[in-house]
Design a protein around this ligand. Structure first.
Ligand SMILES: Nc1nc2c(ncn2[C@@H]2O[C@H](COP(=O)(O)OP(=O)(O)OP(=O)(O)O)[C@@H](O)[C@H]2O)c(=O)[nH]1
Ligand SMILES: [Mg+2]
Length: 416
């Protein structure tokens, strides 16, 4: 039996119909839901207490009754009080985009780490939403807390959730520590690390499979990949790198998830090169690209090497592909399925990681500690010495980063 649901949200310059198409896909892939319709209101900002304006909310209530909808789903993350107010007014269950995304993540998590990260995100979302009316905790499992004298059910529930959050944070910490050790080993070996990033369903895992020759295949579901895996890729011109796949991003990605997945997303933080995979076969390319850029900046905003990989060109006509090539001059067009463009992709990676690297000695004034940090983060520091005039650093790194440093030094630097 499908749960009947209605979607609702606001429409403005930033939030278009594409959003609701995406929300419908999300809701449908999160479980046994049948989407009966969408109610939208054009307004610049949500109404603070009820999210929708009074008239629209009444229209939604009428539709809920008429169609016997059992659940309404908001396109934005509702505040806990908006959620309560709407549920009271409509007399039906209310959830939002964040709740749906968290449900999908919960279904997809397989490894211990993934499960902890998702549970943590869910609890952080639920904590302010506990209303004390009863059954919210039934799905959470965990130990039974004893109720102190004079303590209400709500306080007990909150205390239980907070305790569980602490426990999970500690478990996650242990796992993270192990990952850090592995990464340090890789760094010492000077193996360059490359990370695939992109919107969900862009084809990251398919590209990973094509490059590593593994048996991994693409998955049409949203958020198919939740865990990162590093694999060695040998370059045709010699040398190799470690490639890692990552969780896909989406517009309005819940901040609780970004926070919980920080350990997984460390691969992105540590990468020498990011491959930003873009699906060119669905509309709204620019918006999805800027969403990915925003999430990457949220994880870590240091400048770094990035290559755009425009995927699924097999789904475009030659004329469409040509038009796109004009619009998107940077980057490489590929099809992970037909293999088109994949050898150019490898050649470009080789060039970025190896050929464009240069070794240089710089004198950095003591006032520019920021540049010292930038070099440590982005290059291999071969030698570092304090001199009267500044810090003398011998580094090897990409031309791209080093040129930024020259520019920042604005001619004051000396290099030999
Ligand atoms: N036609 C076509 N389909 C592709 C191509 N690359 C990937 N796909 C399909 O797109 C869907 C998503 O691919 P995945 O590789 O799982 O995408 P992903 O970016 O890893 O997605 P998440 O893990 O959910 O973030 C699958 O059905 C793939 O078969 C391509 O080049 N051409
Ligand atoms: Mg994937």
């Amino acid at each position: 039996m499908f749960t009947k649901c209605l979607l609702f949200g606001i429409i403005n310059d930033d939030n278009t119909d594409d959003e609701f198409r995406e929300l419908k896909t999300l809701v449908e892939s999160s479980g046994n839901y049948e989407v009966l319709g969408v109610v939208t209101q054009r307004r610049p900002q949500p109404e603070p207490r009820f999210y929708l304006g009074k008239g629209k909310l009444e229209a939604l209530r009428n539709l809920v009754r008429e169609l016997s909808a059992e659940l309404v789903v908001c396109d934005d993350e509702l505040t806990p009080s908006q959620q309560r107010n709407i549920a009271g007014y409509l007399d039906t269950a209310v959830t939002d985009r964040t709740g749906i995304i968290l449900d999908i993540f919960a279904q997809r998590a397989h490894t211990a780490e993934g499960k902890i990260q998702v549970e943590l995100a869910r609890l952080r979302y639920q904590l302010p939403r506990l209303s004390g009316r009863g059954t919210e905790l039934s799905r959470l499992g965990g130990g039974i807390g004893t109720r102190g004298p004079g303590e209400t059910k709500l306080e007990t529930d909150r205390r239980k959730v907070r305790r569980r959050i602490k426990e999970l944070e500690m478990e996650l910490d242990n796992i993270t520590r192990h990952r850090v050790v592995t990464r340090r080993w890789r760094k010492q070996r000077e193996v360059p690390m490359v990370s695939l990033v992109g919107y969900t369903n862009a084809g990251k895992s398919t590209i990973m499979g094509a490059l590593t020759g593994g048996e991994r295949v693409g998955d049409p579901r949203l958020f198919a990949t939740l865990e990162t895996t590093g694999r060695r890729v040998d370059l045709p011109g010699g040398g190799y790198f470690v490639l890692s796949d990552t969780v896909g991003f989406i517009n309005k990605l819940p901040h609780q998830l970004v926070a919980s997945f920080r350990a997984t997303l460390m691969e992105v933080k540590e990468a020498d090169l990011l491959l930003h995979v873009v699906d060119v076969s669905t509309p709204g390319i620019e918006k999805r690209m800027s969403t990915v850029e925003q999430v990457v900046a949220e994880i870590d905003d240091r400048p770094r090497l990035e290559l755009k990989v425009y995927n699924k060109i097999d789904l475009l006509s030659p004329a469409e592909a040509d038009r796109l090539r004009m619009l998107l001059p940077d980057g490489i067009m590929v099809s992970a399925v037909t293999g088109q463009g994949m050898s150019e992709l490898l050649a470009r990676i080789q060039q970025l990681l190896f050929a464009e690297a240069m070794e240089i000695t710089l004198n950095i004034p003591y006032s520019r500690g920021d540049l010292v940090n930038l070099l440590y983060d982005n290059c291999r520091v071969l030698q570092c010495e304090n001199m009267p005039s500044g810090i003398r650093m011998q580094v090897r790194g990409s031309r791209n980063i080093l040129e930024r440093v020259f520019q920042a030094l604005n001619g004051e630097e000396r290099y030999e």
